[in-house]
Ligand binder design. Structure first.
Ligand code: C5P
Length: 234
């Protein structure tokens, strides 16, 4: 059974350093754009159906350049995103409405270390009857609450806490409806799609994420990812 895919890549990446470097999903790591790593892993999956990549209206050239080296880049359909991640996902889901896949995965372009195992874990969770699947890792660090002065204000129990990753997987009809309703009915800005499922009353099942599946957010994250792929000491 084929799954649909929405990859969101319409952010401006303002936290990742100087604006002239461009959005982080198009920065090179290990000799290729971040988004090229991300897309190649999904394109290699035998069950991948329709793919929609949500890009910023000014980024068509950057996207074309970043994906030029991908053999089956012709499978990638692009649509223009919105002002928030939530709006961008919503646009991507709408673009899949004609295909209406049974299941859809929603992934951040800036997580290039997604693996086949993580994707398969999410698909397995959906195929065993869950409407929403969240790859996550149990929090390993001790958590502290800090105050405005920079002092530690207490220790927060990490028991039962997980760090949420993507790709998050859903029954397509349920998440498309949840997103449409969230956009129409609430001012709340949701930072991931499982939060929309939770808001809509849909149970979310945890699946196995991986500590490597990091979200590249800052210039340091990009530099570390590049170092991982192309160690400068070699
Ligand atoms: O900004 P944040 O770190 O949450 O971005 C996560 C993902 O969402 C990134 O891949 C980014 O390109 C995407 N995004 C988007 N549209 C926005 C904001 C973020 O597609 N308006």
């Amino acid at each position: 059974q084929k799954f649909g895919l929405v990859v969101v890549a319409a952010g401006r990446g303002e936290r990742a350093g100087s604006p002239q470097d461009g959005p982080k999903q198009y920065r090179p790591i290990g000799g290729q754009a971040v988004i090229a790593h991300t897309l190649k892993t999904f394109l290699a999956h035998p069950d991948l159906g329709e793919v929609v990549v949500v890009i910023h209206k000014d980024d068509a050239d950057l996207f074309a350049a970043a994906t030029a080296g991908i053999a089956d880049a012709a499978r990638l359909r692009t649509v223009v995103g919105g002002a928030t991640r939530q709006a961008s996902v919503c646009a991507g889901l709408q673009a899949l409405s004609a295909a209406a896949p049974r299941h859809v995965l929603i992934h951040d372009a800036v997580r290039p270390f997604v693996s086949r195992a993580i994707i398969d874990g999410v698909l397995e969770t959906l195929r065993t009857g869950n409407a929403a699947a969240l790859p996550a890792v149990a929090v390993a660090d001790t958590l502290k609450r800090g105050d405005a002065k920079g002092d530690v204000d207490g220790t927060v129990s990490r028991a039962g806490l997980f760090a949420a990753q993507t790709p998050q997987g859903f029954d397509y009809a349920i998440i498309a409806d949840g997103h449409a309703r969230a956009a129409a009915e609430t001012q709340t800005e949701f930072t991931d799609d499982c939060a929309i499922a939770e808001w809509a009353g849909v149970a979310v099942r945890l699946s196995r994420g991986h500590p490597s599946n990091v979200k590249l957010t800052t210039a340091e994250d990009i530099a570390m990812a590049n170092e991982k792929l192309m160690p400068s000491g070699l």
